[in-house]
Design a protein around this ligand. Structure first.
Ligand SMILES: [Fe+2]
Ligand SMILES: [Fe+2]
Length: 394
């Protein structure tokens, strides 16, 4: 691949692509000389250098009281947005049934494989990337438990914030399980490379810039849950158009969980805007200035140091998740939180309000210019280990 011929790589300096933020990856290699030392040698892995955000504990300690005082409200208004386990779907109800006699089970697997036959490889690149993002769930539970005032202090805390986080994690856990089993049965993807990518990604963590600050954390999760709702909704649409209604139902079912989670996290931010309008407004501004980093931005498969950029470029081209979606999500949240009409803000708060409310149109204008430039450039192809090193156009 000639980088100079590649639209995506060449247009990065112009494109306002929120997903193209992958830092340069630096491989930590074992020493090349033999040594008798028993010192621990790190395995070959992707380590992002430098990470963008390493600021910690930015919420003034007294603000932790805000979350303490909202515990009753959270129990009444947030916890009901969880589904009781007995009413939840489970991956098994959307997959071939292994309890059937062998032949019937094999028939169901064959039907699954037949249904995916017309879906292109590039679709699988995006579905795998979405699945890997879901599979890094330990990182997200860890991230939420970095947040001061809402973390699960014991592992089984009865605080409604901790109860929410554990049950949210348990709901999310079904997403990766379902997609991974589906992909395994489909035979269309290289499970070994996918499993490696998941191991690298969980080892690498994430760098969302939330600073142990639950104001920032809940702005981030509100945005992210909507982004995953959009992304899974689009893979559902493409599966349906590609002739696989069962996969469409799988992605659609996951998308509807994401929507419910988005609703919960945006409700929390809405409440923060009510009790501390300036503090919450400044936090929204802070996260939007940093740009929302996608949770799997440190992904690596042991081969492609620009894997996340490449995956994002395919997702953008297929219309599964684009820079326009990023602007749409921002615009949606501005409306959902009534930010344009928010009153009682300090001077800083008003400046933050102006910035956030004017941001989506600016992103759109920049992206339209980038799209225009991109149309004039030659597309290029990249090989993905996840699909047995077949090449996909970016
Ligand atoms: Fe999910
Ligand atoms: Fe989610």
């Amino acid at each position: 691949m000639q980088a100079s011929q590649c639209f995506y790589l060449c247009s990065q300096s112009h494109a306002w692509n929120p997903r193209a933020q992958s830092p340069t990856l630096h491989r930590v290699r074992p020493p090349t000389t033999t040594t008798t030392s028993v010192r621990f040698t790190p395995p070959i892995s992707a380590v992002a250098t430098p990470l963008r955000h390493q600021k910690t504990h930015s919420m003034p300690p007294e603000k932790a009281e805000v979350f303490k005082s909202l515990e009753g409200w959270a129990s009444q208004c947030v916890l009901p947005l969880l589904r009781p386990v007995e009413q939840c779907w489970q991956p098994q109800s959307l997959l071939p049934d292994p309890s059937l006699p062998s032949q019937d089970f094999f028939d169901q697997v064959r039907a699954l494989r037949d249904r995916t036959a017309d879906l292109p490889d590039e679709y699988f690149v995006v579905l795998v990337g979405d699945m890997i993002t879901e599979e890094a769930l330990p990182t997200y539970q860890t991230m939420i438990n970095t947040l001061d005032g809402v973390r699960d202090e014991t592992g089984a805390s009865t605080s409604p914030w901790a109860v929410w986080t554990r049950a949210w994690t348990a709901e999310e856990n079904r997403h990766g399980d379902l997609l991974k089993t589906f992909l395994y049965l489909s035979g269309r993807v290289d499970m070994l490379m996918i499993e490696k990518t998941v191991q690298y990604l969980i080892g690498a963590g994430m760098d969302p810039g939330t600073e142990n600050n639950p104001y920032l954390g809940y702005v981030y999760t509100s945005f992210q849950e909507r982004a995953t709702f959009v992304s899974h909704g689009n893979t559902a649409r493409l599966a349906k158009e590609g002739g696989d209604p069962v996969l469409a139902r799988i992605c659609g079912t996951i998308a509807s969980d994401e929507k419910r989670h988005e609703n919960a996290y945006s409700k929390i931010v809405e409440k923060l805007l009510e009790v501390d309008s300036t503090g919450a407004m400044l936090s929204i501004e802070d996260m939007m200035r940093k740009k929302i980093t996608m949770p799997a931005h440190l992904m690596f498969d042991g081969q492609d140091p620009r894997l996340f950029e490449h995956f994002s470029a395919v997702a953008q081209r297929l219309g599964v998740y684009t820079a326009h979606d990023y602007a749409d999500i921002l615009e949606f949240l501005v409306g959902r939180w009534g930010l344009e009409k928010l009153e009682g803000l300090s001077g800083d708060g008003k400046r933050a309000q102006d910035y956030v409310c004017g941001l989506a149109p600016r992103i759109r204008r920049l992206q339209e210019r980038a799209d225009e430039l991109a149309r004039k450039m030659e597309p290029c192809g990249v090989k993905f280990s996840w699909i047995f090193n077949k090449e996909v156009k970016l």
